[in-house]
Design a protein around this ligand. Structure first.
Ligand SMILES: [Zn+2]
Length: 176
């Protein structure tokens, strides 16, 4: 059985001044909720008694149905994009014949973060990706013998050549 939503009059009585509810001017089926003396105005689906009391207690920190509906498609798109990134990483890994554990860790963290959006540390993710990128030379500077790109495995020689410690090849990187 569907729970009965409150009438505006009842909602106002329960709010005891913590919020002021009126019919939304654009859609009278919705509530226009004013708080903090009109500083905060939000539109909400009419709520049940429990939901309304919870809303008042939470001080509005809860994500409203309307907000959730706005956020959800973006989150779903992000998850979809992430799966694509992951598939690309696997592809790159196969091409290079090498493990991209570092990057995978970052992506796993991001995926975990999507379950709990507030836990995503954007700075951390960005730094980790940058660090990962910094450790690789450009595709054009990779070892011609084995396509090594890790900076640590490519050593500058005195004559301007680069020695690849992975396969032992010495080569002149293309001049910029
Ligand atoms: Zn090499």
């Amino acid at each position: 059985m569907k729970k009965q939503v409150l009438r505006i009059r009842e909602a106002n009585r329960l709010a005891k001044g913590r919020a002021k509810v009126s019919a939304d001017p654009e859609d009278a089926r919705l509530w226009r909720v004013e708080r903090d003396g009109g500083q905060s105005v939000q539109t909400h689906e009419p709520m049940t008694r429990e939901a309304w009391l919870g809303f008042l207690d939470a001080g509005g920190g809860v994500v409203t149905t309307q907000q959730a509906e706005t956020i959800l498609p973006a989150m779903q798109a992000a998850v979809g994009a992430l799966h694509e990134v992951w598939a690309k990483c696997r592809e790159v890994e196969r091409t290079l014949g090498r493990d991209l554990d570092g990057l995978e860790g970052v992506i796993q963290d991001m995926a975990a973060g999507l379950d709990d959006p507030e836990s995503i540390d954007v700075d951390y993710v960005r730094d980790a990706i940058n660090a990962q990128a910094d450790e690789l030379v450009a595709e054009a500077d990779a070892c011609p013998g084995c396509r090594e790109r890790r900076v640590d495995n490519l050593l500058w020689q005195d004559d301007g050549a680069v020695k690849c410690t992975t396969c032992g090849k010495q080569y002149m990187p293309p001049t910029k």
